[in-house]
Design a binder for this molecule. Structure first.
Ligand code: 5GP
Ligand code: ZN
Length: 122
């Protein structure tokens, strides 16, 4: 299967990793909408949210709570939006959640992905 996100999980493609456990992987979005734009994905290839098993939804909910707290603390922001796309608006057909600090109160990314990554990884 030719899936970019499966390749990232397998280490065949580089990524700026934020978090990993046996079920999920989180990394910096390559074209951030806002500073600190992170993608959270299941390691198992589910095409979209319609395919998700209940167990992975529960686990992703736990992880996104931790990632939300961590991102808000590290980036010193008081707002974060979480979203996912489906159908024609979903470009990468491996389910992913977008974690978007300050989405509704900022006017886009101001720093490079690497600059923000250094702050998050400190
Ligand atoms: P979608 O529209 O499918 O919900 O969003 C796909 C997201 O994946 C976009 O925000 C896009 O910037 C990101 N993306 C696409 N290809 C890559 C990649 O190779 N590496 C990383 N880190 N992000 C990617
Ligand atoms: Zn995949």
């Amino acid at each position: 299967m030719d899936c970019i996100f499966c390749k990232i999980i397998n280490g065949e493609m580089p990524s700026k990793k934020i978090y990993e456990d046996e079920l999920v992987y989180a990394f910096m979005d390559i074209e951030p909408t806002v500073d600190g734009h992170v993608l959270l994905i299941p390691k198992k290839h589910y095409t979209d949210f319609m395919e998700l098993d209940d167990d992975i939804i529960i686990h992703m909910n736990k992880v996104r709570k931790e990632l939300t707290k961590m991102l808000m603390e590290k980036l010193n922001v008081k707002a974060l939006s979480i979203s996912f796309n489906y159908g024609d608006s979903q470009v990468v057909k491996h389910f992913h959640m977008h974690l978007l600090p300050n989405l509704l109160i900022s006017d886009g990314a101001k720093n490079t992905v690497d600059e923000v990554y250094q702050i998050i990884k400190k």
